[in-house]
Design a protein around this ligand. Structure first.
Ligand code: PLP
Length: 422
């Protein structure tokens, strides 16, 4: 098969593709695997009951089901949902937005593909622009999205050590330089993989930095407010015309319905609709219609704050308890969990790489993700990259707890027996 440059780029062994393959192979091995690697949200019975109830009402309501399955939505998505969401954002946060500031996409992953390639890549004049990630570690799903190589530029974070076994990353503003080759800045808040939430001061500085260079700041709010609210600190969400906020219905409990949301200045929304029309013709209806009444009534706020957030907050606390108990006496640190569905474990001075730890855990039927994948655009050698793993705590408590105890055992073994053959 003779492939184009696009074909070669998108079929080569990208980090995400080999991980998904590995995951699939592990799952079909016939052995029970403890899946602490993926990003699937938990199944929360109360949330599922709400969506089941809504689906039944859609089925009973004359014409509603037929609208859901039988009509193409406009390329920027279902108008009723966009209007309801803009209203919610105006009421909740005072953002000056209307339906024309909202575009729906088939999952926010596809929104990032469109946005990143809209702002970065090859230019008319032969030059090229990049996406600046001001803080790595950052979401693995960005890493292979660019249509050309060398798509990201990024910086190491500043590290704040907290107590004996916690730490927190901050943007190191002294380390990020914005050259003429930067096309947009992007951060996830809360951050996948670390559970970090950038402070209001940091975000204000980023907004100002972007504004002063006439660049968009893309804020990936897949876990943030107003929904699904998997955020355990009290921070202010920000939108201004140079900020592009990306949201998703996935972590609300609907990852199977592939609904992403972009809130941006109108020219950005128009550009996205144009690209979406070419790539997808239209956006799926199922997610927006299923979630419509929750957003219209504002009930999505209560559901997020009183059901979804406490569900994950309790899981994070329990996961920390288990790790602290199992790793007492070892030189480990966990990123302060401030949101999202992951613990980010830093094993300072680990005698093996995080990739080797991942392999050892896989042999014990526990899947995590090695931390080295999460530094797109970072070119300098940095040992820290090979000292971290991401562990998902969204699965059922028994699975998470068993998995964490095995992880801790392998970590203890690695510290004690560095030369042990695998
Ligand atoms: N952004 C972040 C930070 C994520 O963790 C994910 C998924 O895990 C996505 C974006 C993409 O989500 P989706 O395409 O399901 O909306």
């Amino acid at each position: 098969m003779k492939l184009s440059r696009f074909g070669i780029k998108f079929t080569s062994r990208s980090g995400i593709l080999s991980l998904m393959d590995d995951l699939g192979t592990a799952m079909s091995s016939g052995q029970e695997m403890l899946m602490l690697g993926g990003g699937n949200p938990g199944h929360i019975p109360e949330v599922e009951r709400r969506f089941r109830g809504r689906m039944l009402r859609i089925l009973e309501h004359p014409g509603e089901f037929e609208r859901m399955i039988g009509n193409y939505a406009p390329p920027s998505g279902d108008l009723r949902f966009k209007t309801a969401l803009a209203g919610l954002l105006r009421r909740e946060f005072g953002w000056d937005v209307g339906a024309a500031n909202v575009a729906l996409t088939n999952g926010s992953q596809s929104a990032f593909f469109m946005l990143f390639n809209l702002f970065a890549g090859e230019l008319d004049d032969g030059g090229a622009r990049k996406i600046l990630l001001p803080l790595t570690p950052e979401y693995i799903g960005y890493a292979d999205i660019g249509l050309n190589e060398e798509f990201f530029v990024s910086a190491r974070p500043a590290i704040e050590l907290i107590d004996d076994h916690r730490f927190k990353y901050h943007v190191d503003f002294g380390a990020i330089g914005i050259g003429s080759d930067v096309g947009a800045i992007c951060v996830s808040r809360p951050t996948n993989p670390t559970g970090n939430v950038l402070g209001d001061g940091e975000v204000e500085k980023l907004v100002e930095l972007a504004r002063s260079h006439d660049l968009p700041l893309i804020v990936d709010n897949a876990y943030g407010t107003p929904f699904p609210s998997i955020i355990f600190t009290d921070v202010r969400p920000v939108w201004t015309p140079n900020v592009v906020v990306c949201m998703s219905l996935s972590k609300l409990g609907l990852p199977g319905l592939r609904t992403g949301i972009v809130i941006a200045d109108e020219p950005v929304i128009e550009a996205l609709s144009g690209i979406n029309a070419i790539l997808n013709l239209a956006t799926g209806n199922a997610g927006p219609i299923l979630a419509l009444d929750l957003v219209q009534s504002g009930e999505v706020l209560g559901l997020s704050r009183t059901v979804i957030r406490p569900y994950y907050e309790a899981k994070a606390a329990r996961a920390l308890e288990v790790l602290d108990e199992e790793l007492a006496g070892y030189d480990y640190r966990v990123h302060k969990p401030e949101g999202a569905i992951f613990l980010w474990l830093w094993l300072r001075g680990l005698p093996i790489t995080s990739e080797e730890l991942y392999q050892r855990l896989k042999r014990r039927n526990v899947l995590v993700i090695s931390g080295h994948y999460f530094f797109p655009g970072l070119r300098d050698a940095w040992k820290h990259r090979d000292e971290c793993i991401r562990v998902t705590y969204s699965q059922d408590s028994e699975t998470v707890e068993r998995g964490l105890r095995i992880i801790a055992e392998e970590v203890r073994n690695a510290y004690q027996q560095p030369a042990l053959a695998p």
